[in-house]
Design a protein around this ligand. Structure first.
Ligand SMILES: [Zn+2]
Length: 299
């Protein structure tokens, strides 16, 4: 027996009972037209080459399958929604609150080799140190920032945060503390340098990304209108259309109406995660509606 024959023989019971997908049925039907041996077997199984005879139970079985699919899809949709709410909640309670500079906030200890250790007060639960360079000489400079969050005040351990910054050419490095509140950065160690009066600015990127999402939405909408006759293309456009809208909603959940941020990486990751969740929720919801219509159509 040929390989295709044995596949068709395996599929015959499914097609006879009307449980196989349309594609499988078409495949089996096409094979039966070319293969007398399998046609014989199919006829014995109660089917013919042209019309697989659905047994009276078949519509009931397919309805049962649709109902099961609908139940699964509902569970999936609920799980996604719960996850989206959880991420939004986590994003709100873990938003960094930056500390303005005060002498009590941090202490700088010089090591023998020119390196320095900066130790922060216990109220600080997160720090970061970014390296930059002097505009003229290219000498490294460092920018520290320190924050806490509602989440951290309850759950973070309270060991003092500290960071070691190594010497630059045997000299004490120049380290600034970035207040992230529109005020100038504060020089906390190192002296000779030309980089003064710097002010850490918030990133404008979230605003640009939001504009791009809005432009993407309008573009997809226009394409949808112009290509409304091309059904296959439209099906893809309908799936894509909610994506930029989901991005807008994700932005709203993470950053509210603000379009600038001092914590770009964190916010962008959260927005991206929520975008995917909201997109999946929309697609799953639309699919569920279609299943519901299908079920109603069967009664
Ligand atoms: Zn065959």
């Amino acid at each position: 027996m040929r390989k295709e024959c044995s596949i068709v023989r395996d599929l015959l019971p499914l097609t006879v009972e009307g449980l196989a997908s349309e594609d499988t049925q078409a495949f089996v039907r096409a094979h039966l037209q070319t293969c007398p041996a399998c046609r014989q077997a199919a006829e014995e199984a109660g089917s013919s080459a042209d019309t697989p005879l659905p047994t009276p139970e078949a519509p009931l079985k397919s309805l049962r399958r649709t109902l099961r699919l609908k139940r699964l899809q509902t569970v999936f949709l609920t799980a996604l929604s719960v996850l989206a709410v959880a991420v939004t909640f986590f994003s709100a309670v873990s938003a960094p609150q930056y500390f303005p500079y005060s002498p009590a906030l941090l202490s700088v200890t010089a090591g023998g080799d020119g390196s320095v250790t900066v130790e922060f007060d216990r109220c600080v639960t997160g720090i970061s140190c970014q390296a930059g360079a002097e505009p003229d000489s290219g000498t490294p400079v460092y920018f520290l920032q320190a924050w806490t969050s509602d989440w951290d005040t309850h759950f973070a351990d309270r060991t003092p945060r500290q960071t070691l910054i190594s010497a630059v050419d045997g000299q004490t490095p120049r380290v600034f503390y970035s207040q992230n509140n529109g005020q100038e950065d504060v020089l906390i160690c190192g002296t000779n340098g030309t980089y003064d009066g710097v002010q850490s600015l918030p990133r404008l990127t979230p605003g640009y990304l939001l504009l791009m999402a809005a432009a993407g939405f309008v573009l997809l909408l226009l394409l949808r209108v112009f290509l409304r006759r091309r059904t296959t293309l439209c099906r893809w456009l309908d799936r894509l259309l909610p994506l930029p809208a989901a991005y807008g909603l994700g932005h709203l959940c993470v950053m509210g109406t603000s379009t600038v941020t001092y914590s770009m990486q964190r916010n962008f990751s959260l927005i991206l995660l929520l975008t995917l969740l909201f997109w999946a929720i929309t697609l799953a919801g639309l699919y569920l509606l279609r299943l519901r219509r299908e079920i109603n159509g069967k009664f």
